[in-house]
Write a protein that binds this ligand. Sequence first.
Ligand code: ZN
Ligand code: ZN
Length: 235
Amino acid sequence: MTNYCLYCDTLIMNEMDWIKLIFPKRESPLCYKCKEKLEPITENLCDVCSRPLKDLDSKFVANHTCLDCVRWELDARWKGSLDKNVSIYVYNDFLKDLIARFKFRGDYELAKAFSPEISAQLKSLEHDLLVAIPLSDERLKERGFNQSEAFARETGFVTWDILIRTHSEKQSKKSREERLSQQRVFQIKQPSIVQGKNILLLDDIYTTGSTLRQAAKILKQAGAAQVRSLTIARG
Ligand SMILES: [Zn+2]
Ligand SMILES: [Zn+2]
């Protein structure tokens, strides 16, 4: 079988043979050199948002939780909305470029670059409903596809199309307070479906966590038992 790296086009046939010997189930559509540039988030991370804690001053960390997450939980409007976020990689320069090529330049094939890791996480994070964070109609038209749905599709998992984005992503240039006080970013199509359910949200990047919390909050209000999120990158 001939394989080319999805990112740099290097022929990875030979390499695949010896990697298969060592990691039989970890075939990657990226060559070894590209794969090496991805930094998996594995240890010493925030219990809530998966932020790597190693570079944070200890005064910004309390009980394995970063102060951003402490602050979210102290805010009555957001307390208990998002139970946990799991991120796979640090949002480093290489990953930024990879995601930009995939998302903004429409290189859909690159969704495959994350499939083995996403698939492993989706299996380990038990859930009743997998929900991709939707784009606004306007953004979907610009891009042609929803990146979060693409991730799920490439792993063979089915997503539930239950959220509608009612505000454009373009408002994200606003300040944190402005964004948070915005009425509603999402609506639920069929609220009865989420009652008592364990929901897993899927998105590309966790940056401030506000988008995911907007979605989590409305799902909790509709009766969801648990809402967690899986993201490729922790910004
Ligand atoms: Zn490569
Ligand atoms: Zn955190």
